[in-house]
Design a protein around this ligand. Sequence first.
Ligand SMILES: [Zn+2]
Length: 258
Amino acid sequence: MKLIDSHTHVQLKQFNPDRDEVVKRALEKEIWMVNVGTTRKDSQAAVDLCNAYPEGVFATIGQHPDEREVFDYDWYVKTGKHAKVVAIGECGLDYFRVEPHLFNEERERQIELFEQHIALAIELEKPLMVHCRDAFSDVKSVIKKQIADMPAEVPGILHFFTGTKEDAKTFLDFGFSFTFGGLITFNREFDEILRYIPKERILIETDAPFVAPEPYRGKRNEPSYVIEVARALAGVRKAPFEEVCKQTVQNAKSAFGI
Ligand SMILES: [Zn+2]
């Protein structure tokens, strides 16, 4: 295939009216996708979606740090054995919306939830799909405690990386890969980090239906738009577009074991 959208959410309700068309539109362009679960129900929907297509559609299962349902570890173990479940997450820490007076208990809750995902990734030998917002120091220390037991080749993928060079260095040392999305098509703040991370560790995503790339800004995003992210990455790194497509596909394949 030509490209892989390594982090998207086509199972979400925004796609209820035309989900099959959206998936087919991508597959016809040889764009594969990984639908990322954010709750138990949503993870099941992502798995159902990959069962509906013979190839090119994969899932991850997990509970986003903002979601407050009880984490059903046994269900995730059982569901995570599916061959097309290629990662555990979206999991991690997000302190962006936490109210200051609730910070300590919320931090504790999120860390515990994240640790359960790490245990799951270790048990199933699948990589983590990590979400991190305003929480790099804690994400790094939680992973550091467990990294020795995590899957060796690519233990995790840091989704929509917004950290510093120093953060990137720590995750590179952990063996992590990084995904970048629509933001890099219109925000130049990421150019330096995009040139810093070795090309073998960069994946591309849409995070659809959110954050559509140029020229679709403000509209509903979808996996076939990942081509705009590839174009932007090629521009920033001054690399041929075809080479960026090939390299990011190869990186996604090795990260997800597909
Ligand atoms: Zn996402």
